[in-house]
Design a protein around this ligand. Sequence first.
Ligand SMILES: Cc1cc2nc3c(=O)[nH]c(=O)nc-3n(C[C@H](O)[C@H](O)[C@H](O)COP(=O)(O)OP(=O)(O)OC[C@H]3O[C@@H](n4cnc5c(N)ncnc54)[C@H](O)[C@@H]3O)c2cc1C
Length: 395
Amino acid sequence: MDQLKRVVIAGAGIGGLTAALALAKQGVDVVVCEQASQLGEVGAGLQVSPNASRVLIKLGLADALKSKVFEPDYASIRDYRSGEYYLKAPLGKGAEIQYRAPYWHVHRADLHAILAEACQVHGVDILLNATVSGYQQEQAGVVLQLQDGRSVQADLLIGADGIHSAVRTQLLGPEKPTFMGQVAWRGVIPVEALSVNVKPEACVWAGPGKHLVTYYLRGGQDVNFVAVEERSDWRSESWREEGDVAQLRRAFAGWHSDVTDLLAAAKSSFLWSLNGRAELPTWHDEGVVLLGDACHPMLPFMAQGAAMAIEDAYVLADQLSQNAVSTALMNYEAIRKPRATKIQQMSAANAGLYHMHGGLFGKAKLKGLQMVTAVAPNLIQSKLDFVFGHDVTQG
Ligand SMILES: Cc1cc2nc3c(=O)[nH]c(=O)nc-3n(C[C@H](O)[C@H](O)[C@H](O)COP(=O)(O)OP(=O)(O)OC[C@H]3O[C@@H](n4cnc5c(N)ncnc54)[C@H](O)[C@@H]3O)c2cc1C
């Protein structure tokens, strides 16, 4: 089979919808099967770094996103008690010029709605209440099976069904994701509810065994927070649940007043267990391929999980536009796996840095980062360039 005509995608998350849009724009007939009864995303923010924003811009979403985003001036790491800066890396217009794409903060629901609308404009068929249970490979493609007995025939199945992916399970066998010993509270606070003046930066407050990330959303109307705590006792079967705000405040008691004042204004939050997987042996089989969290879930400590899903989606669609399916899948995996695996590892390494592992040694590492930033900024820059400077739209 040379000409790709019809693709079925499991999962209408950010990765699945980006792939659907990229393929539909190439004239491919796309069906997306989503288990939820309505389209949407969690009530939380997302950092969209230039490596991902340039894909969204290339797919024609800049105008729709412009009024919804916030562009931070800096990425920073600050001390949990003193507020001292260990790192202050410029973002804003300078980074936009350097990377030829902006650094955005966006509400997930806004990005998701914009992607879904663009998909619908381009004729993507999104089926709701459509839980994928498995698939069957055939000579002429693949048949996707839904839990309710329906099936969808296509030339290719893309498993973009997240960390608990049913497509991954069939491809590689059942294996639960690993609990990473960390939980995250997430919440959004309207600026008018705050007594503290949050700086226009993507800020990580680093402290022993915990960190807190804060940034603005929606042109500065809201502040998003992600509070991460190391824990060994996660027992919930669901992967997210309502968080206890009083418990959250207790966990960060004694931190800098900017942190405690911000958390004092939080009315609600969701609590997530952070899970991961080791590098998978492969991401594809005949007529079936994985993308996003389905194949490389990562700790969110570089804010790159969705960015990697967006990059995956673009590369996969691009390869499929140029090659027969089997070659495209091979090339896609060869291009994407090393980068996604590296970023998975870099994200995990940040846990030690943000949580001051090793007590005084951990603090010394942050001090070292401060010194490197002052005397050898190129070292920090080269790390940022690797992540932000990567341009999948250049082929
Ligand atoms: C606390 C936290 C903060 C984060 N912050 C950032 C950030 O700032 N920037 C960033 O880039 N990334 C961030 N991430 C990572 C990011 O959220 C994920 O990497 C991203 O959402 C993955 O997208 P996806 O489309 O691959 O999977 P998902 O978002 O998980 O989407 C999967 C979709 O598939 C559907 N589905 C699942 N199973 C089935 C089935 N059997 N049948 C049909 N449908 C199914 C689900 O309902 C869902 O809609 C963060 C993650 C966490 C936990």
